[in-house]
Design a protein around this ligand. Structure first.
Ligand code: 13P
Length: 350
């Protein structure tokens, strides 16, 4: 099966009332872990690469590795997504390479650090939407600003500084026509999200629920959704790591989000922790080993285990054969005809 549109994956998820994990990748082993989990759980998947990942791996390598995944597993619908594009040019280059979905993160300026104005965000996102939809490519936008920094991208802070305002979310969706919308509800990228198990004072699920009520036809995206499980932290620390005590987003909060319009859930840190813990364990217990397969194989297995678990928890498991993936040309025709228009004033009228 060729790579498919993320829009179709999310539309189907909305129909089925489930969420789809979007897992970040940097190398072959991570792609293999995700595919093994997708096959094991019969899940559609979103594989995403940040700008940092595209630089690290050289994006043509990543693209061809993901094509290999599609070739080897034609039964799995795979959307290939640019995570946190910082400019029109970054998104355009991803589309030229063959990504079927891009995130234009106009919540920050092109430096990837400074919060942008609402008007700047609308303008750049609208430009990407126009360009992408003509080509059948899905667009995710962001309104409000996430906390933390990942791969050098992010405004820093706790995630509470720029919580999304529901009114702005509605105006943003109307003026940009994005397919999916990332909102800021107190989460942040990386391992250090919360200093204790989060409650409603720091994880604003009420804001998410309000936005979904106002924008029932827009697919919501939760970034910074790693749960940073204690057992994964413990493995890293048991074998020489030095992680400080920390809390992530509890899976039950993500599931509450899924019941309220969340269709895409971004997870990176948990997989990093799973792989790092497995590698540390091998090298700690067998300091004489130096064949990378001795530690990359357990690392890949640890990531597969975690991704499979998340696929079951998000509800995407079992859904990979529910629908016939449309071609990117068919999706482009859907945008042209207005059938796939998401602007609240039009989507509500359909
Ligand atoms: P985590 O750091 O919580 O895994 O979030 C990843 C993410 O949101 C990528 O865009």
């Amino acid at each position: 099966m060729p790579l498919v549109s993320m829009r179709q994956l999310l539309d189907e998820a909305a129909k089925g009332g489930y969420g789809v994990g979007a897992f970040n990748v940097n190398d072959m082993e991570q792609i293999q872990a995700i595919m093994a989990a997708a096959v094991e759980t019969k899940s559609p998947v979103i594989i995403q690469a940040s700008r940092g990942a595209r630089q690290f791996a050289q994006d043509r390598y990543l693209y061809h590795l993901i094509l290999a995944a599609a070739e080897l597993h034609p039964e799995v619908p795979i959307a290939m997504h640019q995570d946190h594009g910082n400019s029109f040019e970054t998104c355009k280059s991803a589309m030229e390479l063959g990504f079927t979905s891009v995130m234009m993160d106009g919540s920050l300026q092109a430096d990837g650090k400074t919060p942008a104005s609402f008007e700047e965000n609308v303008e750049v996102t609208r430009r990407v939407v126009d360009y992408a939809h003509e080509r059948g490519v899905t667009v995710e936008g962001e309104i409000g600003v996430l906390g933390g920094i990942e791969d050098g991208h992010g405004a820093g802070g706790t995630g509470l500084e720029h919580i999304t305002e529901p009114d702005q979310a509605v105006e943003f969706a109307e003026r940009t026509g994005v397919d999916a919308l990332a909102i800021a509800i107190g989460t942040s990228h990386g391992a250090y999200k919360f200093t204790k198990k989060p409650d409603g004072s720091v994880l604003k699920m009420d804001v998410l629920i309000e936005i979904h009520k106002r924008l029932p036809h827009t697919h919501l995206v939760m970034h910074g959704s790693s749960s940073v499980p204690k057992d994964l932290q413990d493995i890293v620390n048991q074998y020489g790591g030095k992680l400080k005590e920390t809390w992530g987003v509890p899976v039950e909060e993500i599931q509450l989000g899924i019941r309220n319009g969340v269709r895409k859930i971004n997870v990176d840190t948990d997989n990093r922790l799973a792989m790092t813990g497995a590698i540390r364990k091998v090298l700690w217990e067998h300091p004489e080993k130096f064949d990378l397969r001795d530690y990359m194989k357990p690392a890949r297995e640890a990531m597969q285990k975690l991704v499979s678990q998340r696929m079951r928890e998000f509800g995407q498991a079992g859904h990979f054969g529910d629908y016939k993936p449309a071609s990117i040309e068919e999706i482009a025709a859907g945008y042209r005809s207005g059938k796939l228009d998401t602007r609240p004033s039009l989507a509500g009228a359909r």
